[in-house]
Write a protein that binds this ligand. Structure first.
Ligand code: AVJ
Length: 335
């Protein structure tokens, strides 16, 4: 579907209907995850309206260094980034999981100042986010050509390959790769490569391995915002699937494995209990202190991330770092 709202275009490739398909898929995933041992729920379900608001609050926490670190990477290096992006003339700036594009706006500002020739293609699963961003950019940069795409990553990449023929610079910022398992992450970088052409660029935001205490604190804030974010998954199941989770009977627990470089989050059942879900008409039993795994946030070394890019068919151009060398935006070129 295509809505022309000059000068920005909204391309909606999301599964529409009445949302019942999405609800059924959600119910199926939750039922499977709660029936298996060990129990798990996917972090992709964190982001309903409430979860997105809580994630915004996380980004503002002093402990959650990632957002500020990447902001600083871009602030320090945006002039060089923009020169690299525009080295071969016109390009499509593609922003995977753009959200409110808080960090990308620094690049847009620099691109506008340097009068570079490009258009902007933000992609996100949230239609609301893309409409807000489109309206917002229309105000700030009335001259900028924006094509906002509402889609899941792979659908968006396919659309890109089919519809945009000129040079592309793809951004995948915010350590969003971290939620994938190592193998899945590798696979995803390969997918990105397969939807690009030689000469195209890929900028990957990577949270680097660092002091385990620093990492742990970012996912275990004393004010309990991260706990609320994690527990929202259970509230969402209550709201959308007719669950009867008692939120008082579960606690957020986070741990970092410094050898695997992975931050893991859990919801721990504080007592033996049963939870009922209307959507499946089934009950799910929890032993006392049984945990549900809800999220992985993988951390990489520069070497690991470079190797991943190389294996996928990219060549590392350069790594832009923040002042503490804790976060990298790594620029890859398709070979
Ligand atoms: C949005 C996936 C980058 O893993 O750091 C923040 C999500 N989870 N606190 C991350 C998150 C708990 C975040 N990402």
């Amino acid at each position: 579907m295509l809505f022309q709202t000059p000068p920005y275009t909204l391309i909606d490739l999301s599964r529409k209907n009445d949302g019942s398909q999405d609800r059924a898929a959600f119910a199926k995933d939750v039922a499977a995850g709660l029936s298996q041992s060990p129990k798990r729920l996917s972090s992709r379900y964190f982001y309903d309206a409430n979860g997105s608001r809580l994630f915004q609050q996380i980004m503002a926490l002093p402990e959650y260094y990632l957002t500020r670190a990447e902001f600083s990477v871009i602030q320090r290096h945006r002039s060089a980034m923009v020169s690299a992006f525009a080295a071969a003339g016109f390009f499509h700036l593609v922003d995977l999981g753009a959200g409110d594009a808080m960090k990308t706006k620094l690049l847009l500002e620099e691109l506008a100042n340097q009068k570079k020739n490009f258009d902007y293609v933000p992609m996100d699963i949230s239609g609301a986010a893309m409409r807000e961003l489109g309206d917002d950019l229309q105000q700030t940069y009335p001259e900028l050509h924006v094509q906002a795409v509402v889609a899941e990553y792979i659908t968006g990449l396919k659309w890109l390959k089919q519809h945009l023929t000129e040079r592309k610079v793809v951004l995948f910022l915010g350590s969003n790769l971290g939620n994938f398992e190592r193998e899945e992450g590798m696979d995803f970088v390969r997918q990105i490569r397969q939807h690009l052409q030689p000469g195209d660029l890929f900028l990957l935001g990577v949270d680097l391995a660092k002091d385990p205490e620093t990492i742990l604190a970012a996912y275990n804030d004393p004010g309990g915002v991260t706990a609320a974010f994690n527990l929202n998954l259970l509230s969402r199941i209550n709201r959308e699937l007719g669950g009867n989770f008692d939120l008082e009977a579960f606690s957020h627990f986070a741990l970092y494995d410094p050898q695997l470089g992975v931050m893991k989050s859990y919801l721990v059942s504080r007592r033996e209990q049963e939870v009922y879900m209307e959507a499946t008409g089934a009950r799910y039993a929890f032993a006392a202190w049984e945990a549900i795994h809800t999220e992985n946030s993988h951390k990489y070394t520069l070497q690991q991330a470079a190797e991943m890019g190389n294996k996928a068919g990219f060549k590392l151009v350069t790594s832009y770092l923040d002042e503490n060398s804790g976060f990298a935006d790594m620029l890859f070129e398709v070979v």
